[in-house]
Design a protein around this ligand. Structure first.
Ligand code: KIV
Ligand code: ZN
Length: 381
């Protein structure tokens, strides 16, 4: 099995489904170009039949983005597939992403189909889509809550019909990592023609397990991850691109897998997506949050100032951040204060410094953070 994990970015499709987010075509192209530059393999550009605006976006991205596969989402319906194929026409490489639900819940309450009817509909959709491109991805919506035996049957028939990537979505963010691992591994081991397709993780974050589930899927043999920048998406969002990429990178001892992403571009694209979508990144967000490389307590500052790796497993330069930050608060110690004063060009005798430190603590007790202006005031007192 290859060690290369394909990155399928769905910021512009599932990400844009975040309540309150609307990107215009120019904004999508701006993000799309940065995604290509970042090194993702597939850009899911939208759901062409959903609106004329979405059709135009997919069509424009298909024309403007080079060196990447452009994907359009469809339901398992001929009309959807035709419209997607039309929108994707200018793409260098095009993928149609079609599919249907597989859980009892979706079959009964949403699709109102029997298992056999749903399977037949899916097979027909894949065969129909194959006339437009050889690159067909099939999503089995709500796989996380489905009967694995039925999932195996669907996968076998869908691969036989011509699908080349099988998406195993945990649509509702329901599974535990060990369950998702066994789901993917079970498919690969039990489906006779599983070697003919790539398996893809598409996990939602309703219980905060999207990244863990995606990595568990890779451990189980999946070689594509479906992610969004900053983890934006429906409800609690999708799996965050930057988290999966960095987890694979930092813990390459564990999974021995690589992506084609240039990690130094993670922070710039995170900021761009936050700005254009208006979805603010929480300060303590993994990898790209404002606090991700900031140290405030005295014990941590002391460690980091002696050797960064004592409290940082990611070198901030690796993700495009400037450097680790020493933030002065009431929890900070002498090492942190001395370091910040030194950076500002101030070095004091121990007696004077001790006096300043005591003054600093008084100020620190009254505010969340002691900034450079406060320090200057203390020094000039
Ligand atoms: O979450 C999901 O199941 C999806 C599919 C449409 C791929 O987004
Ligand atoms: Zn989704």
């Amino acid at each position: 099995m290859s060690n290369r994990v394909l990155v399928f970015d769905t910021t512009l499709r599932d990400g844009e489904q975040s309540p309150g987010v609307r990107l215009n075509v120019d904004e999508k192209v701006e993000i799309g170009l940065k995604l290509v530059d970042l090194g993702v393999d597939i850009v899911e550009a939208g759901f062409p039949i959903s609106s004329p605006g979405d059709f135009e976006s997919v069509n424009t991205l298909a024309r403007e983005l080079r060196g990447v596969t452009i994907c359009g989402l469809t339901r398992a319906r001929e009309k959807d597939i035709e419209v997607a194929a039309e929108a994707l026409k200018p793409a260098e490489r095009r993928r149609i992403h079609t599919g249907l639900g597989v859980s009892d819940n979706h079959l009964e309450f949403k699709l109102r189909m029997t298992k056999e009817e749903a399977l037949e509909t899916g097979v027909k959709a894949v065969r129909y889509a194959r006339q437009f491109t050889d690159d067909i991805e099939y999503f089995m919506e709500d796989s996380g809550r489905a009967d694995p035996e039925y999932v195996y049957k669907v996968v076998e028939s869908i691969i036989a019909a011509g699908a080349t990537t099988i998406n195993v979505p945990d649509t509702t963010g329901f599974t535990y990592p060990n369950e998702y691992y066994h789901l993917i591994k079970g498919i690969i081991e039990n489906v006779p023609n599983s070697d003919k397709a790539v398996f893809s993780c598409h996990c939602h974050n309703d219980l905060g397990m999207a990244t863990a589930n995606t990595l568990a899927g890779v451990l189980g043999g999946a070689r594509q991850v479906e992610v969004t920048v900053n983890g934006i998406g429906e409800r609690a969002g999708n799996t965050a691109l930057e988290e999966v990429v960095m987890a694979l990178h930092i813990r390459s001892d564990k999974l021995h897998c690589q992506t084609g992403v240039d990690t130094r571009k993670l922070l710039p694209i995170s900021r761009l997506v936050a700005k254009l979508t208006g979805m603010v990144v929480q300060r303590n967000k993994s990898v790209v949050g404002a606090n991700a490389y900031a140290h405030s307590s005295g014990i941590h500052q002391d460690g980091v100032l002696k050797e960064r790796s004592t409290y940082e497993i990611i070198d901030p330069l690796l993700v495009g951040a400037e450097r680790s930050e020493i933030v002065l608060t009431a929890r900070s110690g002498r090492h942190g204060l001395k370091y910040r004063l030194h950076e500002m060009g101030f070095d004091f005798t121990s007696e004077r410094f001790e006096h300043l430190y005591n003054e600093f603590l008084k100020v620190a007790d009254t505010k969340q953070e002691v900034d450079e202006d406060d320090l200057r005031e203390l020094v000039n007192k």
